[in-house]
Design a protein around this ligand. Structure first.
Ligand SMILES: [Zn+2]
Length: 406
């Protein structure tokens, strides 16, 4: 039995190696696409404009499942709200790719180590599967393990166990009710992801897909074809259908002029950076609460350095300034964002191993959640819809690429 599994594994690896070079059809990807009624096209952080999204060919949404219990061990209010939201999408003919909770939720709310108490972790995974299988289209087991903020407090090895045992438990539950419910995990485009994929090798057989979040050409000089290159590389590693679980581009960004920077300093009542730094904690107290929280968590116990850190490590956020490097020199403008989707979506969907792609994100945000400032593009200008829900040029570009109509 073991020998056969080993030989099967080798054949699969070779077929994916050549499959990635010659873009050969992938049986598992075809099966998944058929099961989903087509390639997944969707948005992250969705709003409830069902028809606007569906009109653009976006039938899927992706968002997080809150930890299902409160501290008293009862079903939590936020989990019930999540279920009501999922039902709204299901009733409107849309599907949800639901992201299971982060490790820290199990520690902070559940009060246990999810990589150590494996039986408890499995139990929750199976509960979520049974409770949500009829109102969601699939699960992503937690998000971007390998990135410290999301992985906290687990090590990469523990995070792989955390993902693996959930996949294993849900797979067993799926077999028991002969379900083809879609499950998988994702990764950020970082070097630790290769180690994560290696650690998860024993569990890949349970994965209907493997996901990757790609932000190539956002503050880096890259090409649309680099998206295809990175996806092929992952496909060779995991030999499973690939879903690009996040990708996107800012409609505003780039460097700021000295004049613009002076205006932002003046907004806080200073003529220069030196003046603000000299004002120390008085200056910090004028920043939005989110900015102060970020300093508190990222530089604990370094209060005397915070004012200087605002203009070194946090200066991008303070001025709302990003690198000018972009995908094929497309600008961080509403029209540039539209052009990004016109180039990147076709580059990805011509790959036979790709079973889906989910845009980051649906709608602009009023303030950056790192610095709390409305002029900071880092977390505010990803939307294909504006803050008020009206479409940007990117929305129409996506619609044209996906549906063929303007
Ligand atoms: Zn910011």
């Amino acid at each position: 039995m073991k020998v056969i599994a080993f030989i099967e594994g080798i054949i699969l690896t070779i077929s994916c190696f050549f499959g990635s070079i010659f873009n050969l059809p992938d049986k598992n990807a075809q099966k998944l696409i058929e099961r989903n009624g087509g390639v997944i096209y969707g948005v992250n952080h969705p709003n409830e404009q069902y028809d606007v999204l569906k009109d653009a060919g976006l039938g899927w949404v992706r968002f997080d499942i809150p930890y299902p219990y409160n501290a008293a061990g009862e079903i939590s209010r936020s989990y019930l709200d999540f279920k009501a939201r999922c039902k709204g999408y299901a009733d409107n003919g849309m599907q949800v790719l639901a992201v299971t909770p982060y490790p820290k939720d199990y520690v902070n709310i559940g009060g246990f180590d999810p990589a150590a108490d494996i039986e408890k972790t499995k139990e929750i995974a199976v509960f979520l599967y049974n409770d949500l299988k009829d109102i969601t289209g699939g699960f992503q087991i937690t998000n971007e393990m390998g990135l410290a903020t999301f992985m906290y407090p687990l090590t990469l090895e523990e995070a792989a166990t955390f993902i693996g045992v959930q996949l294993e438990a849900i797979d067993a539950a799926k077999k028991a009710d002969k379900s083809d419910f879609m499950i998988g995990y994702n990764q950020a485009n970082i070097s630790a992801s290769k180690d994560l994929n290696n650690l998860l090798k024993p569990y890949l057989k349970y994965c209907d897909y493997v996901g990757i979040d790609l932000y190539i050409g956002v503050q880096t000089n890259d090409k649309a074809s680099d998206y295809a290159g990175r996806i092929k590389k992952l496909y060779r590693q995991v030999c499973r259908p690939i879903i690009v679980t996040e990708f996107g581009f800012w409609s505003e960004g780039g460097s700021k002029t000295e004049e613009e920077k002076k205006e932002i300093l003046a907004y806080y009542g200073y003529a220069s950076e030196e003046e603000a730094i000299a004002d120390g904690m008085n200056f910090i107290a004028k920043l939005p609460q989110q900015f102060q929280n970020t300093l508190f968590y990222e530089f604990p116990g370094q209060e005397d350095q915070w004012a200087a850190l605002v203009f070194s490590k946090c200066s991008g956020h303070f001025y709302g300034q990003t690198s000018d490097a972009t995908l094929e020199n497309v600008g961080f403008t509403p029209e540039g964002q539209a052009e990004y989707f016109r180039r990147v979506i076709p580059a990805m969907r011509k790959l036979n191993c790709v079973a889906g792609m989910i845009i980051y994100c649906c709608q602009d945000m009023p303030i950056c959640w790192t610095c709390g400032q409305r002029w900071c593009p880092y977390e505010t200008r990803w939307g294909i819809l504006q803050l008020d829900g009206t479409p940007k040029p990117a929305y129409y570009a996506v619609k044209e690429v996906l549906t063929g109509t303007k």
